[in-house]
Design a protein around this ligand. Structure first.
Ligand code: NAD
Length: 462
């Protein structure tokens, strides 16, 4: 772990499983309560100088970004072996994280003058909060950490970061790497079980909890933060619909739809999780998606040419298996896939489910895996109503031969990002967050940066 600029071990360790084999392949430190206290203390100590040195922060973030990009090839196997994703995607994730740090290194921290007359000059400034406790999930551990580190540090906060117990190693390695360019205590990286996350959210030091994970855990985080009025940003789950309009050519959009549903094996918060297709082209849509699923090369992410790795962990593998079995038992049909693959590891066949309908668990819940239900619809109003009939509201997309029409209909979706003729298009300058149970607050862009600040009014009498 990295605590106060030092590499430290823990008294206890826990095993990290390689999902491609199902076997423990490494040990990670299990942070003690005393070590958590030390990390919080180090972050609070480092804050005193860090908050005052904006130029130094920008320089350090650039250096951190450059370093991550330069070392992406070296770090990538660590990420693949704990997460499962193909090595090329692991490299891309780490390079992307570096890009995120560099983007924020140059982002303006806004100050507004809202009054300047003969009576007073009134400025609205943005001040850092203090120590941020950052907690991340297992699907994009490095990238999602960068979404927090970059804006939090730029704004002048310091951080204690805890990755998921399924994927601690890449974040720990990132902490080791970045301690050479960040002042001691600015970024502390610790690892442990879910309990460590709960200790962090109830710890007296952090003023802000930045959490990415499931809705269920997000609710616990909000409860734990409330008694101390800690600020929270919650990036939670999604059950994102893609609606195909009646003028679309299924063959022309199938590649993009498939990619946005199966990227990272469907383990993306904002992946397409249900497709709504007009009934008259339903069979064509199902077949176009199934053709892509049949061609997909699934295997160990360390093997060249593999496009999709295993599901990250056993409980998630069991959950996807259960949701697919439930759909098949309730009248859906696996046009391709539909079952786990033979052999060790948490591999599941890329699955396209026809005859899916609202009310089936795989349509109503977040599957977060390589199985996609396709649902037929008669009228657009009906499709929109069904797409919006959920507690989730992270993202969604609408597809049409007419991009303006797609954008107009997409804006009817009750979600944080409404895509038109694309899906999963993200950028560090673009705010990302969820409506309803999909989150509180946003990450990225100036809006995400402001979430790591308090407003301070400086009112100067003339
Ligand atoms: P999870 O909620 O189980 O765990 C997320 C993190 O919270 C882990 O680090 C875990 O150790 C920690 N944690 C667990 N219990 C805790 C507690 N009581 N207090 C504090 N921390 C605790 O989620 P997961 O299974 O790791 O990730 C998958 C979920 O994350 C999916 O629902 C997915 O949609 C969501 N996700 C959302 C986004 C987004 O930006 N909106 C991005 C990626 C993933």
């Amino acid at each position: 772990m990295t605590i106060g600029g030092e590499s430290v071990a823990a008294d206890r360790e826990f095993g990290v499983v390689n999902p491609a084999t199902g076997q423990v392949h490494a040990q990670a430190p299990d942070c003690s309560r005393e070590q958590l206290d030390a990390a919080m203390k180090a972050a609070a100590g480092a804050w005193r100088d860090w908050r005052k040195d904006e130029a130094g922060r920008r320089k350090a973030l650039h250096e951190a970004g450059d370093l991550l990009m330069a070392k992406a090839g070296e770090l990538a196997p660590t990420l693949t072996m704990e997460q499962g994703k193909p090595i090329g995607e692991a490299t891309f994730e780490i390079v992307g994280a570096g890009y995120w740090l560099k983007y924020f290194a140059d982002l303006e921290i806004p100050t507004e003058v809202i009054r300047d007359d003969d009576q007073a000059r009134v400025e609205v400034r943005r001040r850092p909060l203090g120590v941020v406790a950052a907690i991340t999930p297992w699907n994009y551990p490095v990238m999602l950490a960068a979404w927090k580190i970059a804006p939090a540090l730029l704004a002048g906060n310091t951080m204690v970061l805890k990755p998921s117990p399924y994927t601690p190693l890449s974040s720990l390695a990132m902490g080791t790497l970045l301690k050479d360019v960040l002042p001691a205590g600015v970024l502390n990286v610790i690892s442990g079980g879910d309990e460590l996350g709960a200790w962090m959210t109830s710890h007296p030091v952090p003023r802000k909890i930045s959490f990415t994970g499931s809705v269920a855990t997000g609710k616990k985080v909000a409860q734990s933060a409330a008694p101390d009025l800690k600020r929270v940003t919650l990036e939670l789950g999604g059950n994102d619909p893609a609606i195909l309009l009646d003028d679309v050519d299924p063959g022309a959009v199938a590649d993009k739809l498939f990619a946005a549903a199966f990227q990272n094996n469907g383990q993306v918060c904002s992946a397409i999780k249900r497709v709504y297709a007009p009934e008259r082209m339903y069979d064509e849509v199902v077949e176009a998606l199934a053709a892509r699923a049949r061609e997909a090369k699934v295997g160990d992410g360390m093997t060249e040419g593999v496009q999709y790795g295993p599901i990250n962990n056993k409980p998630q593998f069991e959950r996807v298996s259960e949701l697919v079995a439930d759909a098949l038992g309730n009248g859906a049909r696996a046009v391709t896939g539909g079952r786990a693959m033979d052999g060790p590891g948490y591999f599941f066949e890329p699955t396209i489910l026809a005859g899916a309908r609202d009310g089936m668990r795989i349509v109503d819940e977040e599957q977060f895996g390589p199985a996609l239900p396709v649902i037929g619809y008669r009228t657009l109003d009906e499709a929109l109503e069904r797409a919006n009939a959920t507690h989730f509201g992270l993202s969604g997309s609408v597809w049409s031969a007419d991009a303006d029409r797609a954008a107009e209909v997409a804006a009817e979706l009750e979600c944080g990002t409404a895509w038109a003729n694309t899906h999963l298009a993200l950028h560090p300058g673009q705010p990302f967050g969820g409506f309803k149970h999909s989150g509180v607050g946003v990450e990225n862009g100036t809006w995400g940066l402001l979430g790591f600040t308090e407003i301070q009014v400086v009112h100067r009498a003339r």
